[in-house]
Design a protein around this ligand. Structure first.
Ligand SMILES: Nc1ncnc2c1ncn2[C@@H]1O[C@H](COP(=O)(O)OP(=O)(O)O)[C@@H](O)[C@H]1O
Ligand SMILES: [Mg+2]
Length: 252
């Protein structure tokens, strides 16, 4: 059960000469039990926003509340405590290359302080949910991209976090596997988890409770899926001419 409130968040990357506003004054509210699909073209700010919500990165201005705790300016220790309540699925998986699938999940349980006598049951359960038991003892280099992605998902779910943040979690999966993961996410949300994922997968709209469309560092819309926004590709914000340019040359 997790509520998120993003208030006026701006994140600027780059040097004085060349600055990019990856997020430009973003506001977003996410309630308990929502499955939010962030959609938008590459470079629109999806990953940056997920990194903000999961306390992996700090905004230049604005605030992020996770269950009413302001996380933008908190200490690294407090940040670590927040992150323990979040299952993060990285776009590039971030698996430990020298460890097996089983050991990768075990490591996540260890750092989340899950009692050791629960480890085996939790690992086998999440591997089974992702249909990955046959690969429990394979290292990432012995697995396909899709299999590595499923291990990364299993690792995030094994600690049973109230909030799951997933960066393109189905990007490497075929449509059947992708649908299985999205169905699992929907079931988890129906049981009270909050999930925020970025995706280019048009079928995600069938599973999400909300579609959050982004463009050029801004949120264009945030609403439950409808038959019309199901098929519509991301369009620029209505106020595109009034929005800040993403690239700001110095003295420009
Ligand atoms: N660490 C970084 N350094 C410089 N620019 C970055 C960095 N991370 C993201 N950006 C820029 O911010 C913008 C948004 O990126 P990102 O959040 O990754 O978009 P998306 O996930 O929607 O593809 C892009 O223009 C990207 O180049
Ligand atoms: Mg991204």
């Amino acid at each position: 059960m997790t509520r998120i409130n993003v208030v006026g968040v701006t994140r600027i990357f780059g040097t004085d000469e060349r600055m990019v506003a990856a997020l430009a004054d973003v506001n977003l509210q996410i309630a308990d039990g929502q499955l939010v699909a962030l959609m938008g073209p590459s470079g629109s700010g999806k990953t940056t926003l997920l990194n903000m919500i999961s306390a992996l990165d700090r905004p230049n201005s604005g605030e992020i509340f996770v269950d009413d705790v302001a996380i933008a300016g908190i200490s690294d220790d407090a940040r670590g405590a927040i992150r323990q309540r979040i299952g993060f699925i990285f776009q590039r998986f971030a698996l430990i290359p020298t460890a097996s699938a089983y050991e990768n999940i075990e490591f996540a349980l260890r750092i989340a302080h899950i009692p050791r006598d629960e480890w085996h049951t939790r690992i086998m359960h999440t591997l089974a949910q992702l249909d990955m038991q046959p690969h429990a003892h394979h290292r990432p280099s012995e697995l396909s991209g899709g299999q590595q992605q499923r291990i990364a998902i299993a690792r995030a779910l094994a600690t049973d976090p109230p909030l799951i943040i997933a960066d393109e979690p189905t990007a490497n999966l075929d449509s059947h596997r992708g649908a299985t993961v999205l169905e699992l996410f929907r079931t988890l949300c129906q049981h009270g988890k909050t999930i925020v994922m970025s995706t280019h997968d048009a079928t995600a709209v069938r599973y999400a409770t909300h579609i959050c469309r982004m463009h050029a560092g801004q949120i264009v819309s945030m609403a439950p899926p409808t038959p019309t926004n199901d098929a519509t590709p991301t369009s620029p914000p209505q106020n595109a001419t009034a929005s800040k340019p993403r690239t700001t040359p110095r003295n420009g």
